[in-house]
Design a protein around this ligand. Sequence first.
Ligand SMILES: CC(=O)SCCNC(=O)CCNC(=O)[C@H](O)C(C)(C)COP(=O)(O)OP(=O)(O)OC[C@H]1O[C@@H](n2cnc3c(N)ncnc32)[C@H](O)[C@@H]1OP(=O)(O)O
Length: 198
Amino acid sequence: MYLYGASGHGKVIVEIAEENNINIEGFLDEDLSKNQLLNYPIINELPDKNIEVVISIGNNQVRKKIAEENTQFSYLILIHPKAVISKRATIKEGTVIMTGVSINSEVKIGKHCIINTNASIDHDCIIDDFAHISPNVALAGNVEVGEGTHVGIGACVIQGVRIGKWCTIGAGAVIIKDIPDYAVAVGNPAKILKYNNI
Ligand SMILES: CC(=O)SCCNC(=O)CCNC(=O)[C@H](O)C(C)(C)COP(=O)(O)OP(=O)(O)OC[C@H]1O[C@@H](n2cnc3c(N)ncnc32)[C@H](O)[C@@H]1OP(=O)(O)O
């Protein structure tokens, strides 16, 4: 498999693939100044054929653009062996799940999401495509997170809350009511700071 994006996030994903004994051919990256990361080669030309890929870029908008522009690839799901995932959860292609994550019953996770280190996602949550749930986030039961939304490190969300699409939830925020599309919300209890211009 190849990782698209020779980045710090890519280093974490390499180690998930290694833990799963998946053969890593190298990174794909358009930056010609890069030629190696963690002893894996970086290939600057994008293959125009069906290869197995995970997009290892943290920016949700960029991840979406790359996925939409490169439909010739087969996108893998990568799950760290030390994540605990309900057999009733569903996870779509391109999504990566880091170490220490807990995902409970009937959670639905879309495509090309990042579920980062030690995040806790409780029963019946729905995470839409291209979302990023940062390290140590806690989502209570029945929370919805819209497409492309970034939930910042250590945030927590009470049960039943709906967070819209392309929102940014600040580090450590406590979300106790619904958040509209594109909002940037911070604090405890969280308040809307501004709106993302997407
Ligand atoms: C493995 C990994 O690395 S995963 C990556 C994880 N990264 C994150 O979780 C980052 C999350 N990002 C944040 O929390 C950011 O601070 C953001 C996106 C919420 C805001 O960033 P910016 O738009 O640059 O806002 P800026 O820094 O100018 O702050 C604006 C105001 O909001 C306040 N503020 C910013 N972030 C927070 C926060 N998380 N909680 C409370 N207040 C905050 C600032 O103090 C400032 O207040 P002031 O105007 O009274 O001085």
